[in-house]
Design a protein around this ligand. Sequence first.
Ligand SMILES: *Cc1c(COP(=O)(O)O)cnc(C)c1O
Length: 479
Amino acid sequence: MTTKPESAGKPAASTQRLLRAIPKVDEFLGWLVPPPAAPASLVKSSVRQLLESLRQEILKGAPIKPADLSQAALLPRFSALLAARLRPNFRTVINGTGVVVHTNLGRSLLPEAAMESLLAVGSRYSNLELDLATGKRGSRYSQVEDILCELTGAEAALVVNNNAAAVMLVLDTLAKGREVIVSRGQLVEIGGSFRIPEVMSRTGAKLVEVGATNRTHLGDYEKAISEETALLLKVHTSNYRIIGFTSEVPLAELVALGARHNLSVMEDLGSGCLVDLSRFGLAKEPTVGEVVRAGVDVVTFSGDKLLGGPQAGLIVGKKEIIEQIKANPMNRALRIDKFTLAGLEAVLRLYFDEEKAIAQIPTLAMLAMPLAAIDRKAKRLRRLIGKELGSVCAVELKNITSMVGGGSLPEQPLPSRGVALAPLDRSVNELEKGLRELSLPVLGRIEDDWLLLDMRTVADKEVVLLANCLKEVFEDKKQ
Ligand SMILES: *Cc1c(COP(=O)(O)O)cnc(C)c1O
């Protein structure tokens, strides 16, 4: 390179020798006989990428010997690089973390019925926006609106891209340029940059904070009401708990206050349960139906948290308000696609029969899974790997705790069973990394120098795959 600044100086003679020993692109291509089964342009750009990374390593002073630049040394490196570029970046993993609604691993898994529906509308034409009764243009929301109303008792409903979008859309519609009263105990950050105060300022709504972090009383809301007030907002603190000396205004009282002052009341429910999960020993979360029955004007919640459906933001409430929201031009920018709609309708239909919902919706099934069923999977996995890995890794069954995840029920411990691994030939961190980098990556968690694989979030049909992954990771080291 001739553009190198003078001050950087010339590379040392040994470095220059190494740089000269890097093969030229055409020379390298000549080594590839037979040529790899990949598009020629991708092969060539991969060669360039490899040679450039060698150059950078040498310039950075990495310990590289001339032998490392030989055909014998570079061809395997090239094959690995090309293979990595040929395999999809976005692929499936095995979730051994025990976090059921794992935000980084795709949150909720869809039930079979939803997958069939996705496949059908993806490969065939559909009545996405056609009213089959009249032959006229219809609205995509109408496919799920009745079902949502039936399941929640709301008068009307609308679905957008996700719950963050739902919150923004409602605030933009009802409170732009006006004031929204929120308790200081509910100024939630959901992760990333979604914080209630920032969302508000984006929509042009003015946040009026009332009360203290731990205690807010009805009188605090009442005192803050003015000519400028547009909305009373309750945010369900789904991802944290305020405990100790605390007080929150019951929803019914907030609704009554709104009615006295002719103000709308909104609840951002976050996780959005349609069934009461306390029957499985989980903490009581308000269901959407309960919030609607309390008289709230508009409720927002996620499609892919405790509901167990696709990513979506569901908005249910009073007809007059939902109509205003539907008419907001922002709605068009936040609309859901046909896959979401197909998946969502199928999932919602399962809720008509609560037992069916719990059995077939993976998120609910995993939360309700009896310990005995988890234990069976753990024992099966140990049986499959025990003999083969016995000499390189200690394998034990342990009582562990799963988490709901997705910012839902943060304090809820779920007793579970895990297969615990303590490798003898490497550190537990190396094992964790090795599993994560397999072509079918496996995610677990490290506790007290054990790698734990929580079998609650590993499906029956994945146990054999997981066993093979574990064998593969130890096989690699032996080579
Ligand atoms: C998760 C959550 C959101 C955001 O929902 P997404 O579906 O992730 O967009 C908003 N509000 C609350 C209270 C939440 O828990």
